[in-house]
Design a protein around this ligand. Structure first.
Ligand code: AMP
Length: 192
């Protein structure tokens, strides 16, 4: 099962992806998580990505496509994967088409979680509060200023990705405003 989960920051992609990981025994490939790990490890990619990530902007297509191209070939992804946070631009979606074709792989589903923009900031703030309550470290970009930039990046660069897949008739949508368990059920229904 090879899936893409699309949706704005705070839509619940990570939460739902974690459930699909259990269900299908496939890894969740979050470019955000991979980039944060690179920043933490101080790798050349991490050093390049940190400033733009902290501000809420997008890392270059070249960097993230390279990361994904390598990652989907790893042994744990042999039965599939869930892409979370990638593709984030139409150029990334086109690069993904090409690299999947080269590797002889095809996507099974592309699903967008639809969420009212007005609910997103509150969700991000809740995520930060929950992280603090659990004794964790809040993401450097889970603050109102970076969030505004992330939302603009979403509107201008990532919303067209949904349009790209919709125009090819392969986009499915699920109501991401419903309670978490209901969103999970709706995803199950879409995935058959
Ligand atoms: P996320 O965890 O998906 O919200 O991603 C956190 C940050 O990582 C984003 O705001 C971007 O700076 C960067 N990032 C993650 N995925 C991508 C991507 N596919 N393309 C460009 N930048 C990305």
């Amino acid at each position: 099962m090879r899936l893409i989960l699309l949706g704005p920051p705070g839509a619940g992609k990570g939460t739902q992806a974690a459930r699909l990981v259990e269900k299908f025994s496939i890894p969740q490939l979050s470019t955000g998580d991979m980039l944060r790990a690179a920043v933490k490890a101080g790798t050349p990619v991490g050093l390049q990505a940190k400033t733009v990530m902290d501000a809420g902007g997008l890392v270059s297509d070249e960097i993230v496509c390279g990361i994904i191209s390598d990652r989907i070939e790893e042994a744990d992804a042999v039965n599939g994967f869930i892409l979370d946070g990638f593709p984030r631009t139409v150029a990334q979606a086109k690069a993904l088409d090409e690299l999947l074709a080269e590797k002889g792989m095809r996507l099974d589903a592309i699903i967008e979680l639809k969420v009212d923009e007005s609910a997103l900031l509150a969700r991000i703030e809740k995520r930060a509060a929950d992280t603090i309550a659990a004794g964790g470290t809040v993401r450097a970009d889970d603050n109102p200023d970076a969030f505004k930039v992330r939302l603009v990046a979403y509107r201008e660069q990532t919303a067209p990705v949904s349009a790209y897949y919709a125009s090819r008739g392969v986009l499915k949508t699920v109501d991401g405003m419903a309670p978490i368990a209901d969103v999970t059920k709706a995803l199950d229904a879409v995935l058959g």
